[in-house]
Design a protein around this ligand. Sequence first.
Ligand code: ADP
Ligand code: MG
Length: 252
Amino acid sequence: MQKVIISVKDLHKKYGTFHAVKGISFDVMEGEIFGLLGPNGAGKSTTLEIIETLRDKTSGEVMVNGLNLDVSPNEIKKIIGVQLQTSGYYPNLNLTELITLFAGLYNQQVDPLALLDMVNLRDKQKSKFKEMSGGQKQRFSIATTLINKPSIIFLDEPTTGLDPQARRNLWDLIQNIRAQGTTVIITTHYMDEAEVLCDRVAIIDNGNIIALNSPDQLIDELVATGFERPKEVKKANLEDVFIHLTGHELKN
Ligand code: ADP
Ligand code: MG
């Protein structure tokens, strides 16, 4: 049987008088890719940052791998990987130096090249962070989440702003990370991405969870209400055309 690795119960967050998260509850199972979907301002990042111990909650209970957030935040920090804001990187250090720096902060021994191999950046080991493309920066920042060998990683819109090849490349990377047993929580605005990647998704709107299920079940539930797409759907879309013409390979 699968085990619950994150349990959120009746979580509230107020910023002053503004109620950003209004009593949400959900469980994340060990080894799954769990998606938080929702429009801008829905409360996704707030929810993630509370679980990541980076933001205070107003009320509610959060358990991470049996650890209570209120009691053991430092223990939780040790078993999670969080994507840092890329603006926080030292722009003049090269990738190997950055990994060594972060590993030192985490008090961890890591092999920088093995980590760079995992995200396909070995040939960039001597490049500075600022010299990389958007997709490379995202791959690198995902690599940094793995430095402390976490059980769970949190990815907040990791593919926003990337081209279709880089996006697909990141999907492969995220699936590889999960295949090694790591639980992944991800936010995204791309529904095709959630459909491909996520075992289950929670849809958040205005601080409330309005649906929670596998993408497949959610689609079936909608179809069961009699919903039909307004027009005949073609067997391909423009993104298929783009990928067909320009290939799957990363261009950088
Ligand atoms: P999402 O990640 O889903 O786009 P956020 O969690 O970032 O949403 O924000 C949820 C709501 O809370 C938004 O209306 C946002 O403006 C507000 N908010 C986020 N951070 C703060 C803050 N530090 N102070 C005040 N309001 C905030
Ligand atoms: Mg956000």
